[in-house]
Write a protein that binds this ligand. Structure first.
Ligand code: ADP
Ligand code: MG
Length: 957
């Protein structure tokens, strides 16, 4: 039984107080068809809405089956509407974008009934109203009568106790009105139907009770239901519990809803995706630029590692002290009131001296080898490369069978001067394969570093893998300098000499361009002889250095290491790094092999066992006194062979020449003649006669000034026209009664500079602990700076002798690049932030519009029992889906637009190295961001939607 007790309802709009219901009391039977009649504005709809739980009464009570609704909470009302009440409206209030079936199912969906059950019951209800065949139609594909019958089916699907109909025939013609009235009468057979109508005839015909309202008061009741108040138990307070809908159901509901309006959803998502596209594009671009920058950094760092030499010259200190470097210094502080000395000459000199330093790389290597050292954190993928001063010569035969030294000496057509020829001391020069250097070794035991394989392409063969394999390095045009090809014996030496002779003779030479086969070059054999093997023991028990004596070397070619060119490489087209600057590269395996070989050679073992004597010339490293030195010098000269003696002789003459130059430059001749009187006198003569030759006049003053200086043997005057034999003889004669000072000078020049360590290094002895240089590779500028800081820290800890000095070339070259890079990054970040704000505002607006647009739907949902939470859930689910779509569309479109976008970038930037690309992680983050922003943007509108008064919502069109 439904009991209305003295219900009042007032509407206050502004100053106007409108009484809609003025103390209405009514009892309804559980099973009757009540028609409510009354003029417009009499409060009929208000009464119905209050009974249906859509609207609240101001005072009185509504008692349903003995339960008072006075203390009902929102969710009780929701549940009450869902389970107890069915609503039928004049304007049908079907949801236009849902099928007939879905419209009917809606009430069941809200109460959380399973899908199959929903469908079964909805179909049943539709069959009951005679529309079993039309369940898949849209409401707008039906007539008014049919739509009203769908509305009745929807009202009945939950099998409610009470059906409320507000002017259900108001919009129908009389014929369909009758059909609807028949249906309602049928429905009324087993429940309470309350129908508001304007039409007294229909009311008279179908209803079994007519209630008349006027000005909010009941004025007539044709069949009142009198209840004995005393018989009834006083109304209880009991809550209804809630109608439930799982989040998944609301997601499904929203998905269905969105699916039925694909176009709209797509457009909304697209609008929302514009912000995401903006962000994604900027991220892609900045990612591309960053990749490019880090590539540039990497390749820069690959060409300019932090390089620490055993002996180093601190360029930066020198540069600072150049006039250019000094310009930045502060102005002079002294007054302009006299003559001041500018000390920069001394400062330059000091800087030069100071900047030449030795680094203890053995100690530093220990630090680097320590796994716990901080510096290892910043070392890049190319690692740390140690170089060793291995010494060796490489020889081959050219196509004419001529024995070729690859150091280029074979190519000089002139005869080697005694100085350049057999090394008089065995101390200077030696084998030097200038066309050979070691390839950067890989970090993980690979012979060749990745940085090599990444930046060079193999044209033929493969990279060397063994110690006896090398590669030929071409330039980007597949070329090698012609001279190098001659040096390497790939082209015949004689040809080179002929060409050079012709050019020097001023003849016109036709130089043809040559093309050589990869395979032919790789078929060539090379013979490597380590420096220590170029010292041959002689009958005196000392060693002869044969490194410049090609005939002697050819004699021992059988014991040489045979090298093969395993491949030919050239730099990649897009590589701007030079990682090797000799035409031939060998592996660290060869370096290691040479180190081992040298340490095990006879002469090295001998030297290692004897720290006092230079085993090459048999002289002690440190002479006791001058007398000993003079004796050593004499012994030494006597032990030399003819051409070596000639070498000494030429050397003496040449050093005299340079002294005479100094004398001409204004140095006091007395200083010089004090040290080497005879020789300087001789030189004076020579220089005077030379001058006389040129100018035709003689400088008498100088000649007289030096007239007292004793003469050297006359024949010594002109070494260039003498044979080795003559020179050797002259030296022997001179040695009969030599000047002590000359002997001391010879000792100083040739003998005393030999100490134990220098001798070992001459022999090519290298310790793995003592590299000649260390290259530390970083991947980017930050790591490089960190490494520099680590070296700084190392220096702070290390003792004075172990201090490390090096020149930071990259720092000198590139200090401004980092700043530019950072500025660009900040600008891009700012752009991203702006797009983010714009995007979220846009999404919020779109969701809000969607809420406004769906107000009516909200009203309908509330009318059939949806709670406020259900409403916000449905909207949040919808924004979730839209956010997801926006994100996916945004990412998809970005990826598509990147294709032409990159083409444009390549055009504009004129490089293919900048490639905008979206990182995968960013793509997912952006989709998540899109969902998050849409949810945030839609959250407030969804809350607002939930709060909407269902009655007002229903009234909106
Ligand atoms: P009926 O359905 O009988 O035509 P209503 O129940 O719709 O009448 O309205 C009764 C009275 O209450 C009318 O005077 C109407 O103007 C007023 N009224 C109804 N709803 C509102 C509202 N939401 N705000 C202000 N006044 C209202
Ligand atoms: Mg009305």
């Amino acid at each position: 039984m439904l009991k209305i007790k003295d219900i009042r309802k007032e509407y206050i709009t502004g100053d106007l107080k409108q009484t809609a219901l003025d103390g209405v009391s009514l009892n309804f039977r559980d099973n009757e068809f009540v028609a409510i009649l009354g003029p417009s504005g009499s409060g009929k709809t208000t009464l119905l809405n209050i009974v249906g739980g859509l609207d609240r009464y101001d005072s009185g009570d509504l008692i349903i089956n003995g339960i008072s609704t006075k203390k009902y909470k929102d969710r009780d009302w929701d549940s009450y509407r869902n389970h107890t009440i069915g609503f039928v409206f004049q304007s049908y209030n079907l949801i236009p974008h849902q099928s007939v079936l879905s419209n009917v199912e809606l009430a069941l969906t809200i109460s959380g009934i399973s899908k199959s059950e929903r469908k079964r019951r909805a179909k049943e209800a539709l069959e009951k109203v005679g529309l079993g065949e039309q369940i898949h139609k849209r409401p707008n594909q039906m007539s008014g009568g049919q739509m009203q019958r769908v509305a009745i089916a929807r009202a009945l699907v939950n099998d409610p106790d009470i059906l409320l109909a507000d002017e259900p025939t108001g919009a129908l013609d009389s014929e369909t009105s009758v059909q609807v009235m028949d249906l309602l009468a049928e429905v009324a057979k087993d429940r309470l139907v309350i129908m508001v109508t304007h039409n007294p005839e229909l009311a008279e015909e179908y209803a079994n009770r007519i209630v008349k309202l006027k000005d909010g008061k009941m004025i007539n009741d044709s069949n009142p239901y009198e209840v004995d108040e005393d018989e009834l138990a006083s109304p209880e307070h009991k809550n209804m519990g809630r109608s439930s809908m799982s989040p998944l159901t609301s997601l499904g509901l929203s998905f269905n809803n969105l699916r039925t309006k694909k176009g709209r959803t797509l457009l909304t998502s697209f609008a929302g995706s514009i912000g995401i596209i903006g962000i994604a594009m900027i991220l892609s671009l900045s990612n591309g630029v960053n990749n490019y920058i880090s590539d540039v950094q990497k390749s820069t760092m690959a060409s300019y590692p932090i390089s620490i030499e055993a002996q180093t010259f601190d360029m930066s200190a020198v540069i600072e002290n150049t006039p250019m470097g000094r310009q930045s210094e502060e102005e002079k502080t002294h007054d302009m009131d006299g003559v001041y000395a500018d000390n920069s000459d001394f400062e330059d000199r000091a800087a030069m001296t100071m900047s030449l330093t030795k680094n203890n790389l053995t100690a530093f290597k220990k630090y680097l080898d320590d796994k716990d050292s901080e510096i290892n954190k910043y070392v890049g993928e190319n690692g740390i490369v140690y170089s060793y001063d291995t010494k060796f010569g490489v020889f081959t035969y050219d196509e004419n069978g001529e024995f070729v030294n690859t150091d280029g000496s074979t190519l000089s057509s002139r005869k080697a001067t005694p100085l350049e020829g057999r090394d008089v001391m065995g101390m200077m020069g030696g084998a030097y394969a200038s066309d050979f250097s070691q390839l950067i070794a890989g970090t993980d035991g690979n012979q060749v570093s990745n940085v090599m394989t990444e930046n060079y392409e193999v044209l033929y063969g493969k990279y060397p893998e063994n110690y006896d394999e090398v590669v030929l390095v071409l330039d980007e045009n597949n070329e090698v300098s012609a001279t190098v090809l001659y040096e390497l014996g790939i082209l015949p030496s004689q040809e080179y000499k002929d060409i050079v002779d012709q050019i020097d003779a001023g003849k016109e030479v036709k130089i043809e361009s040559k093309k050589l086969d990869y395979a032919d070059i790789c078929a060539k054999d090379y013979y490597l002889i380590p420096q220590c093997d170029l010292f041959i023991k002689n009958e005196n028990g000392t060693y002869d250095n044969i490194s410049s004596d090609n005939t002697a070397i050819e004699g021992m070619i059988d014991s040489a290491i045979k090298l093969k060119i395993s491949g030919i490489i050239k730099p990649n087209a897009d590589s701007d790094v030079q990682l090797i600057n000799t035409p031939i590269g060998y592996t660290s395996a060869l370096t290691n092999y040479l180190i081992d070989h040298t340490n095990n050679s006879e002469i090295v073992k001998e030297q290692l066992a004897n720290k006092d004597i230079n085993v090459i010339n048999g002289l002690s490293f440190e002479a006791a006194d001058d007398k000993q030195k003079i004796e050593d010098a004499k012994t030494y000269i006597r032990s030399l062979n003819t051409s070596e003696k000639a070498g000494i002789y030429t050397m003496m003459m040449q050093s005299m020449d340079s002294m005479s130059m100094m004398s001409m430059a204004g140095m006091s001749m007395d200083d010089l003649s004090g040290i080497i009187p005879e020789i300087s006198g001789e030189i004076q003569k020579q220089s005077n006669s030379a001058k006389a030759d040129k100018t035709g006049e003689s400088d008498d003053a100088e000649t007289t000034e030096n007239a007292d200086i004793p003469d050297m043997p006359d024949a010594m005057a002109d070494p260039e026209n003498m044979s080795e034999m003559d020179m050797s003889q002259l030296l022997d004669e001179y040695l009969e009664s030599p000047d002590d000072n000359v002997m001391l000078m010879i000792y100083d020049m040739y003998i005393s500079n030999g100490n134990y360590d220098d001798t070992l290094s001459t022999l090519g002895v290298v310790s793995l602990d003592a590299p000649s240089s260390i290259d530390i590779y970083a991947d980017d500028f930050e790591s490089k700076d960190a490494i520099a800081q680590c070296i700084q820290d190392y220096n702070n800890e290390a003792g004075a002798e172990d201090q490390i000095t090096y020149t930071d070339y990259v720092g000198l070259l590139m200090s401004s690049v980092t700043t530019i890079v950072n500025t660009i990054s900040y600008v891009l970040i700012a752009f991203v932030a702006v797009s983010l704000i714009v995007s979220s505002i846009m999404i919020g607006i779109i969701t809000y519009i969607s809420v406004l647009e769906r107000t009516k739907e909200i009203g309908i949902l509330r009318a059939i029992g949806a709670s406020k939470r259900n409403i916000s859930q449905v909207f949040n689910a919808e924004t979730f889906i839209i956010g997801l779509c926006s994100g996916i569309i945004g990412i998809g479109l970005t990826l598509l637009m990147l294709i032409p976008g990159n083409a444009v970038i390549h055009q504009v930037a004129e490089t293919d190295d900048v490639n905008a690309s979206l990182p995968v992680l960013s793509a997912f983050v952006l989709i998540a961001l899109s969902i998050f922003l849409t949810l945030i943007g839609g959250f407030i509108p969804a809350k607002k939607a939930a709060k909407k008064d269902p009655v007002t919502a229903l009234r909106t069109e």
